[in-house]
Design a protein around this ligand. Sequence first.
Ligand code: LHQ
Length: 262
Amino acid sequence: MAVSTSPVVMRSHDDGILTLTLNRPEVLNGLTDEVLDAITDGCSEAASNDELRAVIITGAGRGFCSGQDLRTDLGERGIDVGGHLRDHYVPMIMAIRRLEKPVIAAVNGVAAGAGMSLALAADFRIAAESARFVQAFVRIGLVPDSGSTYFLPRLIGVAKSLELAMLGETVDADHALQLGLVHRVVPDEELPSAARAFAVRLTHGPRSLGLIKRLLTASLDSDLASQLEAEELAQLEATTTDDFREGVTAFLEKRPASFTGH
Ligand code: LHQ
């Protein structure tokens, strides 16, 4: 297992999985530019390294991510908040969505503000029983950012999204499961192994997993005709992969397929 440690995000890769662990537990993994850029860099590494086939994002300590670190000077007037969002938050969210490999948020504790947006940007959310989700923005007089206004209504509908965003109430893990915000809820101590088992399963998947992510991501903003066209192109691409050949051969030979991600 290769492990490299930075002060704010720990990176480890093992068995085709890149794990990014936000590592500022004293502020429940509040986001700074350095943290945001480290997550973006992690996604770039996952995109360029063929051996990596899934990414897990999680938090050290009792929090997943408390959103923007409010101890920085962002509250002061005159600070270029727009530039800050554009230069650090947007690249991180786009890197997660553009990465044609599955990204799993292992939500180990509170996910607040842009920390909740980060979890929503992932493809899968596995939550510990003690996980909580808070659209904390309104509590400090802000609007949801980092994609929350995009992902939330698509995941849970406009009515529930308005409620969460306007009331800023805390949603616990079971409620999040009921709402469809998370895929699984597991006991706290089982979260790392559950997230890992989920990721391992995906690392055995074919190259078409990335194409499926591309298509479903595109479908959120497109019409039927465009989507049918995108499916055709992606299917053409899928038929050129080694994994497609292996899938058909394995079917005909009545054995499980062994995919390489190519
Ligand atoms: C924190 C934080 C934090 C610093 C806990 N910062 N220290 C906005 C602005 C502009 C551009 C970019 O984008 C954004 C996006 C955003 O994300 S805005 C939303 C920012 N986040 C929040 O407003 C959440 C603030 N935190 C909280 O509401 C609570 O801490 C939550 C609900 C997350 C957890 O509550 P508790 O479990 O009761 O923990 P706690 O409040 O006691 O926090 C533990 C420590 O962490 C504490 O420090 P201390 O020294 O007293 O032990 C907090 O001050 C610190 N902390 N969040 N975001």
